[in-house]
Design a binder for this molecule. Structure first.
Ligand code: ZN
Ligand code: MN
Length: 472
């Protein structure tokens, strides 16, 4: 069976980086102790009054600007009413009619433009924990944690595009510092809505929504499962029901959770305890100056400035911390091909192997910088540099100390090189004779012998140069 054409939209929730919650002064922290960051406001006690955290407004405006949105000078808050145990107030404070930002876009890595319909501020709910001793427990530390919700138009045509979008959003939120956007911690969650139809001319099919996917893999698997399921239904002549679905990570399958609510079922009304949010024009324009260099722009600059390839610039900018580490490591060197290539070959692999962020390495970019300078002026060869780097990552020792301890500095001192070569030739007279009788391919073998004896202390170039002369 071949699948029908999918149409996909995405709602993304991102946790705004902030020390306190959105409407009270409770701390926001990733902690194992449940229910310690709570107060009458975020617990919804009668008479408790919310007061808006200005940091959240600032970050929402910055996110809106980074996502090419128009910022609404006047926006407002509303109550979204529904009952659920993780929602102590019985409603969520969110923005409904007028969000803080709308009509933006993001460019995917395949250059496709995805339209962003709106970006609004809201509070998070508590967290239900189902899998402990068969009881359901609730942790309210997360209730009232600030979120931005970013809603796209239904512009995706595949799970891959949706995954790419999530990756781009995560990148932009991290580059701008709006959110740490750590999906494992639930700081970035995606909710795709999916429908299928026979051809691009047919009207859109009935859509379903998959709740709270918090990994890229879940987004990919969940969407693909749902496209298959809907295609099968339609092929067999059934109708797709308008439902909210749950994704099961172990089975990688999607199940119906409940009939989908329409907006009217939430009985939205204006939040009476909060005034309209009114921004000053110059506040908005001052926020533009705080965005820093966005990933797309940085990729283009790295290509120009360091003559790296497009693929390499994607690798380097995959995390802001890596791109920063790179630029600090090659600073004040000529950033020549040798060292740039060395960095690109070694560092991402090292981070992968240790499963850490560049900031968490045992050595600093300045430490690496001194090693790169040695490579650049051919004082250590690339093999030795690899050894040195490995040791730096293991012990945190300076490259200088390691070079000294392991005696890895190359010499181009003519006397020493010649000395080494003549010793090697004396030890390998058979090969020397054969070479002199015309077996020219033995030259490489002799270079190898010299290199082995030199143990990295002499550059191959200078061995090559002197060996030729000495064999005459
Ligand atoms: Zn609180
Ligand atoms: Mn929401």
């Amino acid at each position: 069976m071949s699948n029908l054409l999918p149409t996909i939209g995405l709602e993304v929730h991102a946790q705004v980086k902030s020390r306190s919650k959105i409407f009270c002064r409770c701390a926001v922290e990733f902690s194992n102790k449940p229910n310690i960051n709570v107060c009458p406001v975020c617990m919804g006690f009668p008479g408790a009054m919310p007061s808006l955290n200005s940091e959240v407004v600032k970050q929402a405006v910055r996110a809106g600007l980074a996502l090419n949105c128009e910022i609404n000078i006047v926006s407002g808050f509303a109550r979204k009413n529904y009952y659920y145990p993780d929602l102590p107030k019985g409603y969520q404070i969110t923005q409904f009619k007028k969000p803080i930002a709308e009509r933006g876009y993001i460019i995917l890595s395949n250059k496709k433009r995805i339209r962003i319909r709106r970006l609004h501020i809201e509070e998070d709910t508590g967290k239900m924990i189902h899998d402990q001793d068969e009881d359901t427990l609730i942790d309210f530390n997360r209730a009232g944690v600030p979120l931005i919700e970013i809603v796209t138009e239904p512009d995706f045509e595949s799970a891959e595009e949706a995954v790419d979008y999530m990756t781009r959003i995560r990148e932009i939120l991290r580059y701008t510092g709006v959110s740490d956007a750590n999906m494992e911690r639930g700081e970035l969650r995606g909710e795709p809505n999916i429908s299928v139809r026979k051809t691009s001319d047919s009207p859109l099919g009935t859509k379903t929504e998959i709740k709270n996917l918090n990994s890229l893999k879940a987004i990919e698997k969940g969407i693909n499962f749902e496209i298959d399921r809907q295609s099968k239904l339609v092929a067999e002549g059934f109708e797709v029901a308008s439902e909210t679905m749950l994704y099961n990570d172990k089975k990688q399958e999607v199940y119906p959770m409940r009939k989908k609510e329409s907006a009217s079922e939430y009985r939205y009304f204006i939040e009476p305890d909060l005034p309209d949010l009114v921004l000053k024009e110059d506040f908005v324009s001052s926020m533009k100056g705080t965005l820093g260099e966005l990933p797309e722009v940085r990729r283009e600059r790295l290509i120009k400035q360091y003559s790296v390839s497009r693929d390499e610039s994607w690798i380097l900018t995959s995390e802001k911390t890596l791109a920063d580490f790179f630029e600090r490591s090659v600073a004040n060197t000529g950033a020549g091909k040798r060292i740039v290539n060395f960095f690109i070959r070694e560092i991402p692999a090292l981070l992968n192997e240790k499963n850490v962020d560049a900031e968490k390495l045992l050595f600093t970019p300045e430490d690496l910088n001194s090693l790169l300078r040695e490579i650049e002026r051919e004082a250590v060869n690339l093999n030795s540099a690899q050894t040195i780097l490995k040791r730096m990552a293991q012990t945190g020792e300076s490259s200088e100390k390691i070079i000294r301890d392991l005696n890895l500095r190359q010499t181009n001192d003519e006397e020493k090189v010649k000395q080494l070569i003549s010793e090697t030739l004396a030890e390998n007279q058979k090969e020397v004779e054969r070479y002199r009788k015309g077996e020219e391919k033995l030259f490489g073998v002799l270079v190898g012998f010299c290199m082995k004896k030199a143990k990295g202390s002499v550059s191959p170039a200078s061995i090559n140069k002197h060996l030729k002369e000495m064999l005459k």
